[in-house]
Design a protein around this ligand. Structure first.
Ligand SMILES: Nc1ncnc2c1ncn2[C@@H]1O[C@H](COP(=O)(O)OP(=O)(O)OP(=O)(O)O)[C@@H](O)[C@H]1O
Ligand SMILES: [Mg+2]
Length: 244
């Protein structure tokens, strides 16, 4: 089966900063993949490369079997991207926000899809409410609806739960599981290691370098004495410091 995302030795620099340093990773179809790393690790850069918004300086990228820069339109039609600083139109209602994103994707018939997504996310009772008047968790769910309206096969979510309260975070994860069960592939970035534990596989990034990529339980098993993913991360960082 074709990988949903394939990075082979991808490098991306901004002037003197190397945001991604020969990163290779693979996101398999149907999985929940976590891109884990603290500030400046390169998460946003990696996701923007996957969206074809940034051209890597070196290496190869394939998203749903295509080059996301050269075949941008064909790729983005099948991808839903929730950017880190995504913002809704606060002076538009829930319904109007969804309509706006549907139109951006050139969709004419989206009402059935919209209604289904608003039901799933329990936003249906609030469809006439202005986005500015929604709670933080509800805003994030609406953002997810806007990302899904064009029925993408692959979702790229950049820190969708950062700053969201714990209850809303749990609810957001439940929704993600539901979308996964419908066959969507999800890649999300997060600084939270408890979220990383819930992914089928993760990539641990630090300062543009890939420290490891695997199933979280296998990463733990490979390092006896590392009971949590946080311990694994710390131990990998220590090894890296010795190596560099
Ligand atoms: N447009 C830019 N110009 C110059 N440097 C940049 C630019 N965007 C990112 N960087 C640098 O590249 C590195 C990786 O940044 P990136 O935003 O990809 O990390 P991140 O993991 O998403 O961080 P955060 O958790 O803060 O969102 C950082 O050192 C950052 O300062
Ligand atoms: Mg970021």
């Amino acid at each position: 089966m074709t990988a949903a995302v394939q990075f082979s030795h991808v490098t991306k620099r901004y002037g003197a900063t190397t945001a991604l340093d020969r990163v290779s990773l693979e996101v398999r179809a149907g999985e929940m993949f976590g891109l884990i790393g603290s500030d400046g690790a390169g998460k946003t850069t990696a996701i923007r490369v996957m969206c074809g918004l940034l051209r890597p300086d070196a290496g190869e990228v394939r998203v749903l079997g295509r080059d996301p820069v050269r075949e941008h339109r064909q790729t983005t039609e099948r991808v839903g991207y929730l950017s880190q600083r995504f913002s809704l139109y606060g002076d538009l209602t829930v319904d109007e926000n969804v309509a706006f994103f549907a139109e951006v994707h050139g969709l004419r018939r989206y009402r059935e899809r919209r209604d289904q997504l608003l039901e799933m996310t329990q936003l249906a009772p609030f469809r006439r409410r202005l986005a500015d008047r929604l709670s933080g968790g509800m805003k994030q769910k609406l953002a997810l609806v806007c990302t899904l309206v064009h029925e993408p096969e692959l979702l790229l979510l950049d820190e969708p739960t950062t700053g969201v309260d714990p209850v809303s975070r749990r609810e957001f994860w439940k929704l993600l599981s539901e979308f996964l069960s419908h066959g969507i592939t999800i890649l999300m970035s997060t600084p939270y290691l408890d979220e990383a534990e819930r992914c089928t596989r993760v990539a641990l990034l630090h300062e543009g370098r890939l420290l490891a990529s695997d199933d979280p339980s296998l990463l733990r098993a490979a390092r006896p004495g590392s009971p949590s993913l946080e311990d694994v991360f710390i131990s990998l960082l220590a090894t890296k410091d010795v190596a560099s």
